[in-house]
Write a protein that binds this ligand. Sequence first.
Ligand SMILES: NC(=O)c1ccc[n+]([C@@H]2O[C@H](COP(=O)([O-])OP(=O)(O)OC[C@H]3O[C@@H](n4cnc5c(N)ncnc54)[C@H](OP(=O)(O)O)[C@@H]3O)[C@@H](O)[C@H]2O)c1
Length: 242
Amino acid sequence: MSDNKNTLVLITGGNKGIGKATAILFSEKGYTVLFTSRSSESHSQLEDEYKSKGAASAKGYVLDIRQKESSVQLVQAVQKDFGKIDILINNAGIGIFSGVGDMTSDQWKDVIDTNLTGVFYLTHEVLPGMIGGKQGHIVNVGSLASRNTFSGGGAYCASKFGLLGFSECLMLDVREYNIKVSMIMPGSVNTSFNDHSVDDDQDTWKLTSEDVAEAIYDVVNTRSGHLMSRIELRPTNPARKK
Ligand SMILES: NC(=O)c1ccc[n+]([C@@H]2O[C@H](COP(=O)([O-])OP(=O)(O)OC[C@H]3O[C@@H](n4cnc5c(N)ncnc54)[C@H](OP(=O)(O)O)[C@@H]3O)[C@@H](O)[C@H]2O)c1
């Protein structure tokens, strides 16, 4: 995929945090950058920003990944506008952290539907085009919580462990069609995830959104016979709990 201008990258949650940093990096490299968020409010501003960074074209779409119909409509709209999707970055995600005894069924469902079931919905819609074209790359943004457990992480870890299993099964399903699937698993990243107020002085030990974007860019840019299927990213010197 060396023709960046004609390579379409679709990034879910491409309006902020890791998704936005990824959209900016692919823009700087001259790709056609398509991004989603739940509201279209900031789309025209972001389209201008991504184009000004170098995107061959940039367009925002509304997606609520919890709703199957929303993924169906998104892929139909992109097919109509651009004809194909070359790279899908399943980045959108939420975190609700609570002990299992205190967690409501709605909270559980929200996390699983967003981080796991929604990734299935969208991937399922995108796959036929990639299989037909016998090429593509799907990058799933998991977490070190795809492998590690912690108290209060019942729903989040279940969703991200599930995503790792999904990602690696999908990779085995589709590699015969020349489609790559990669799982990126960051530790703590300095974003407003889970309503965290970003504090650039306190959070210096964390990974940055740009670190994760670079890893995504690197896995997408391996030669055709080389697939990085699972990448773990860690802060070098994490803050110790007192
Ligand atoms: N920050 C961390 O420490 C960290 C560590 C490891 C992994 N991750 C993972 O990295 C990914 C991005 O997180 P982030 O840190 O960049 O967080 P963020 O800044 O809060 O961004 C989350 C993104 O997900 C989108 N989103 C949430 N619910 C959605 C839904 N129902 N349908 C469609 N889009 C939805 C949001 O869109 P709206 O703005 O429209 O709501 C937003 O663009 C997540 O999958 C997260 O689990 C984060």
